[in-house]
Write a protein that binds this ligand. Sequence first.
Ligand SMILES: Cc1cc2nc3c(=O)[nH]c(=O)nc-3n(C[C@H](O)[C@H](O)[C@H](O)COP(=O)(O)O)c2cc1C
Length: 399
Amino acid sequence: MKKIALGVCSSISIYKACEIVRLFQSEGLGVRVIMTEKATCFINPYLFTSLTGERTVVKLFDDQQRPIEHISLADEIELLLIAPATANIIGKLASGVADDFLSTFYLAVRCPVLVAPAMNESMYLHPQTQENIRKLKTLGVEFVEPDTGYLACGKQGPGRLASPESIVHHGLRLIKSREPFRNKVFLVTAGPTREFLDPVRFISNPSSGKMGYELAREAWQLGAEVILVSGPTSLEVPAGVYLEKVQTAEEMRAAVEKHYTRADVVLMAAAVADFRFKKALSDKVPKSEIAGRLDIEATPDILEELGRQKRRQLLVGFAAETSQLETKALEKMKRKKVDLMVGNDVSRSGVGFGSDDNEVTLSWPDGRFRRIPRASKRKISQEIMAEIEVLLNERKRNS
Ligand SMILES: Cc1cc2nc3c(=O)[nH]c(=O)nc-3n(C[C@H](O)[C@H](O)[C@H](O)COP(=O)(O)O)c2cc1C
């Protein structure tokens, strides 16, 4: 099991460190917590020991730990994350002071280091703190910028510890980032589109956008630059991902075309509405006037258009079907020049549209199939990325 070290300092936001531990564990990572002595004034180390199943390290000189633990532990971890990081620890790291376990450990590690500051806004904006942060960045230390909002001291401003989800998302990118995804641009579409009749009525579908957002999140963690073109959803955009919001199929087509030439990998996970009204009205019209007089037409097939314009892009299509999934996916893949097709059966309850789970069949142009049994959309997106990694490696070998 891969392991990370979590350094925890004496900030009121220390309670969020428990959630950070839990989130890393849910990603299958082991966590070893290192607390500063002053952090133990807020939380007893035994809380982290119970959460992690590993003794929390506090003291540099401690009979109960392995001799020279700051060196032996440094060899075991994939990431050193300090969250919350006080102004004090940031100053010590920037100047090489090594007077407790955490600051000494920082000098011993060779893995990536990620720092999530948390402090009062005057302390954060103090030129000395800013200078220390700048210096650490030049030394390769990565930062998760604090949020702006209400602080424990009652003031408002920058300095609030970033959300545990965002901190873990950044940490996972440092751990998981892989060669084939670095410097690659991933273009992902997600969510439904809305084809308006008038300002208050539209044709759409039940897509939640979850699959596309998970793909965007995973691609960013693997090291890619990610552009997410999204129809209306209520989902939070993963940090680091560039978002383009659209409503209609026509807007989605324009946004995708704008970024297509830069893209190396294109994942068309959006559920574009199949039809639109031939004539959209600018005012709401009484239903008695429109009943029976609605003219509809097919929306553009964006995937097919991309297939025609394809140069070096790796094109991944998504097909939602209610029957004969494999045959239809294969036919669409050939017609649209898709490199990998992800077919899902949206007629089954508990998977597909709107749900957290999915069950998909991957197909390749050479006729190969792979069924991925029901799993979370996060897990499915990891499986899809693993297959994309294989395809990118193949292309590299053949180029
Ligand atoms: C109630 C309380 C809350 C504090 N919160 C923070 C904080 O959020 N960020 C910070 O940089 N310092 C904070 N401090 C000050 C640090 O605890 C102090 O600078 C300490 O020396 C830092 O030690 P450490 O970095 O070894 O944990 C707080 C102090 C107190 C008493």
